[in-house]
Ligand binder design. Sequence first.
Ligand SMILES: [Zn+2]
Length: 352
Amino acid sequence: MSTNCGPNRRSFLARSAAVAAVPAVAALAGGVLAEPASADTLPDYAPIPKSALGPAVNAQGYFVGRVEKNLYWVTDATYQAAFLTTRDGVVLFDAPPTIGHNLQRAIDEVASANGVPNKVTHIVYSHHHADHLGASSLFGRGVTRIGQAGTRRLLAQENDPARPVPDITFDTRYTLRVGGERIELAWHGTNHTPDNSYIHFPDHDTLMLVDILLPRWVPFDSFNLNEDVPGSIAAPATAMAYPWKHFIGGHMGRLGTRDDMTVYQHYVDDIIAGVKQALVAVDPTPFFARYGDNSWAAVQQYQKAQVDYATGPVIKKYLGVLAAADVYTASTAFVILESIRLDLGVGSQVHA
Ligand SMILES: [Zn+2]
């Protein structure tokens, strides 16, 4: 890692890493890209509220801060990890590859300032995804890794050397005790992924739950790519049933609060309400009249009209409240529309 590029460039690179797969897909679909992207012709979006941004990252591209007592968080402004210092070593929670070697740098910085051991002895996995665990192997084989049974099963299938399988697994609950500290791990059913786990720090007033609430931002494309849409819609209520003040969401540059979770729940509820209205209000007739035998063209345009109907008022309401409401609300609404149609059966008409 060179240190000759400033924080802006570093955080830009970190952000770019998240979308690096997109041009490859476009090239596959179209053979050759007709026009290279030009900054002048890309669309405009509303400015994001300042409250969505966290503290500035340092010259090496990270920020490390205290959550509460000996619990710390690290961010590169796009991804987040956390660590707990103890008298016997450090427990790390997730190891995003975009933060990579900065994880140990952040730990060293905190450990030397507090005169505590800087050696990572345990890594807790939130879920199996590579974008949150891809730096796990940097900590070697001697570390004890802990994860849900599904995380172990999925990682064993994926067989990625960057993400060693957990040594200790649990089905529904596990209490991790290290150096006099206590961490409660729990699995409450599928949501973002089949294995996504709740990491509760009862002595630090903190909950870590990754890829559900991204504090002060709307979800990433298509409702955070959540595998189980009803399970993901239900997850915030499960999170709120825990006692906590601080929230670590795994993404973007800031920690969350209970108010952030409530705003997020209202945002999702507003999309659901809009979609339910759209399912009855938008008339399919003109779309099928226009496209005849081309059913997919008719369905595509009909559903686009439903999404536009559902999201217009939601985008207006949340601009200035949640960052990028105008960027990703439509793709999230489409995923929620399909779940309401297919999982809940709303809008299904039985042929007479
Ligand atoms: Zn994920």
